[in-house]
Design a protein. Sequence first.
Lengths: 266, 246
Amino acid sequence: MRATARRVWGLMYRHLALYRRSWPRLLELAYWPTLQMCIWGLTSTYIASRLPVGGQVAAGVLLGGVLLWEIALRSQMGVAISFLEEIWSRNLGHVFVSPLRPRELVAALIAMSAIRMAVGVLPAVLLAWVLYAFNLFALGPVLILFAINLMAMGWWVSLAVVSMILRHGAGAEALAWSVLFALTPLSAVFYPVSVLPVALRPIAWALPASHVFEGMRAVLNTGVIQWDQLAIASLLNLAWLLVASWLFAWQFRVARERGALLSIGE
Amino acid sequence: MNAITVTGLSKRYGETLAVDGIDFSVPPGGTVGLLGGNGAGKTTTIAMLLGLLIPTAGRITILGHDMAHDRFAALARMNFSSPYVALPHRLSVEENLRVYCHLYDVPHASARIAELAAELDLGGLLDRPAGQLSAGQKTRVALAKSLINRPDVLLLDEPTASLDPDTGDLVRTWLERYRAQSGCTILLASHNMAEVERLCDMVLMMKQGRIVDRGSPADLLTRYRRDDLEEVFLDIARDRQSERSA
């Protein structure tokens, strides 16, 4: 157990040392969440000023959606980009011939993702409070459950992305940035699932984020916590995490069969 | 018990048979050279020994561990160096070595890094980013990384490729010293015949995925009636063996 923890820490240390030496990388973590929050904050302010009734709630729903969705986005990118860092530095060969188990690699990437997410999203959350008087923490302790579910969704999506990178090499690295953006319209971030065309609703309901955002809107609109939505989101995350873990294990084995672990960045 | 035992090892990529049913073993403390032209199957063999590549057929046992089922127990006691695999360029040499101290669960990391820095003359380099080192310095750092866990089995893929003769000689001298001190088993793939002749107790000559000849450097020189291994290599690579016998 101690050796496992040390190996996980070893890989985390490698990434933390990288951030310590590169302030542009640190700045980049907070750049997009803060920019997104500023743009949507101004949009929310405009909407609130045009709506005589319910404007503040609508603005809060928009800003809450932006900030919570950033948790999923940054969690997903945190895992995928940390893995890509190993490819870009041509270090994977060394990592995979060390006693580091694949599950320990995933644990280290997830831990790094949580750190990256906190460093990236917290400044935006605090700025939203300062600039737009929107306090995300006013959602109460349930915010923690929303955040955990969104992080978990980011992680299983990124495991699927890493699997695709193992399968298709660096050519699939664009997925690291784009895949969750593609899911945004179906994740009910800014509007309820009922707004979507009927044919797309089953897909939306299969995504944990839709249940989280329905729950968030319920809290902001009525103050009621919809525990059933949280339970469904958690179960969906568990199911998707199992699928993504199987996909990762399968593609890792295929990469070992094809000899892709040494040539993956080429 | 041999440190490395390879039985019927094959690797097929589609129609191409990269390694074709090879067998060999390396006794504890032995140094074996894997020689062959480009595409002979040396790197594929090393990748299979390291668990990076799953064989199509055959069995590999390292330090008593079956690499198909128990590779992590063996990997903890092995290490590897290749000029084709880099260390993160932005991390300092010390940070890089510390990462691998953690990955290999090396006790007293700072002391081990200081020890290697003294032995490999890395003292002045520890704070420098790995990406700013010269080829020779990078090789010494890669060697330090490969020795970080005091491996019982060391796999080296062209350890002195692209080094000047002086640095190459330093590396070879250091490997000889380390082997004498530690009793480490070394498998070495190289195109440098003088290096193989100097370091290896036994040589495996590979061609088109097969081991076509084997023996100590002295045996091979006698059998092929040559003065150096380079000529033996060319005899095998160009099928001149039969001509000379005739």
